[in-house]
Design a protein around this ligand. Structure first.
Ligand SMILES: [Zn+2]
Length: 57
């Protein structure tokens, strides 16, 4: 069984810009776990949904 996937390792260290469509929130995040953490907190606080775009290299 393969336990390491280079593609997903890369994904986890990619930088993203997290933006809210309903307010002015803009925040950078590294990897999907951080995006989800930011999105969860913001949604609980405001009910807003966030979108994440890959940060240009
Ligand atoms: Zn918002």
């Amino acid at each position: 069984m393969a336990t390491s996937e280079p593609a997903s390792d890369k994904e986890e260290s990619k930088q993203f810009l997290v933006q809210c469509e309903d307010c002015t929130l803009e925040q950078t995040a590294i990897g999907r776990a951080e995006i989800e953490a930011i999105a969860t907190v913001h949604q609980e606080d405001t009910g807003h949904a966030l979108v994440a775009v890959e940060w240009p290299q």
